[in-house]
Design a protein around this ligand. Sequence first.
Ligand SMILES: C=C(O[C@@H]1C=C(C(=O)O)C=C[C@H]1O)C(=O)O
Length: 460
Amino acid sequence: MQAALSFTELLELATQTEQQLKGDGVLSLALPIEGLDPLLHLPQLEEDDSFQFLWDKSPGLSLAASGRTNHFALSGPKRFELAQHFIDSSLSRLVCAPQPIPAHARPRILLAFSFFDTSFDTKNKLPGIQAVLPRWQLSRGSGKGWLRLQMNAGSGTIARRLAEELWLKAESLVAFSKIVKEGYEEKEYPTAKVIHSSVWEENYINPAKRGLELVDKHELHKLVIAVRQYLILEEPIKPLQLLHRLRTEQRGSCRFLWQINKRDSFFGASPERLLVVRQGQLRSDALAGTSSACEGDSQLLQSDKDRHEHELVVSEIKKILHRHGMYPHHPSRPYLTRHGHLMHLHTPITAYLNGQSPLSLAKALHPTPAVAGLPQRDAMDWLRSLENFERGNYAAPIGWVDTHGDSELRVAIRSARQQNHQLELTAGAGLVSGSVVEEELQEITLKLAVMYKQLNLPIN
Ligand SMILES: C=C(O[C@@H]1C=C(C(=O)O)C=C[C@H]1O)C(=O)O
């Protein structure tokens, strides 16, 4: 392997890092590694069946992580505050090697929230928040790659073990890079064989009618009813293969994977930023108002119903940021953004932070009226009673916070969960005054089709 650092230099760095350690802590050491694609190499990071994470905005930031050096999971109304506390305490225990690194190679705490703070499904309980400081992190940004390893120091010295493990892993990733690439270059992806698929349309009609009634009676301004379809597959699909394909099909999205183990994974291609925090600046997306990309550009922009639906999201995000002492800016009219076969109205909203932590803002923003409704509390209560399934991670924040306080949390839509042979697809649409149930049903069909297409399944 041609490395920018020799093994002796890496060992020296690890030893210096260990010397900075006071009491117990976590050592974090990184090695530059050229041009490897994190998506293709994720399965090789950890050989056993441990936690895996992918964050892929390729050709922008791409990050694969696996294993857990430290982790945390809980439910309840204080989940955002307690997760921020976990982040602060984990990062304060981290001792990083004194080496210049690009932003993409910084250590990160990975986060997956569920939509509601507490699960009501007693059989399949999902924590309100899961947070992980991974063991391995392979990142790529502007074509440059870094591999990072994090280990609990405990007692005794670990500098040599840390340097050796990191060095050997980098060698094996480079050696396998050609073989791995060839495996993904086949153009034809297998069609998923579906043994059974549940009918969702009938389950949508009555809740949607009830939602519209609430809007017409002015009890709610907006309600986003979602549906879930269950597919039983002959063979489980490979989420990474599907995400690789979404790179071309949903270019502007962020592909993500949260895999507890090989039997339980949650993945998707989100077009929507709940928040991005970078160097003290915040960006949040108002994304609401949908049509098929075939319908032409002007249809959405000229639809009063869609413009109203969109405006509710923009003004609510602005209101929340104002309440937090911020001064949000945004273009005066929404853009049209295309995501594969879907077109959305989109307003990016920016503001300077005022000392707020990423998760205090996430708590305030989640869920926006793009995925829940307005007023938020009432809409959430109605969703609990009208939807006949547990949302789980669907439409909840997923992402990371790094050692500089930079953060990105996406809204986990256009997503699926696979547990053994069962695949759950979930999608929703906003009901406002003027919505027509049949049209919303068509919109949900289009959103479900983001996953259907990757499975080579026919779309209704
Ligand atoms: C709820 C979903 O999407 C959201 C709802 C939209 C709408 O109602 O127009 C558009 C984008 C997303 O904010 C989904 O994809 O499941």
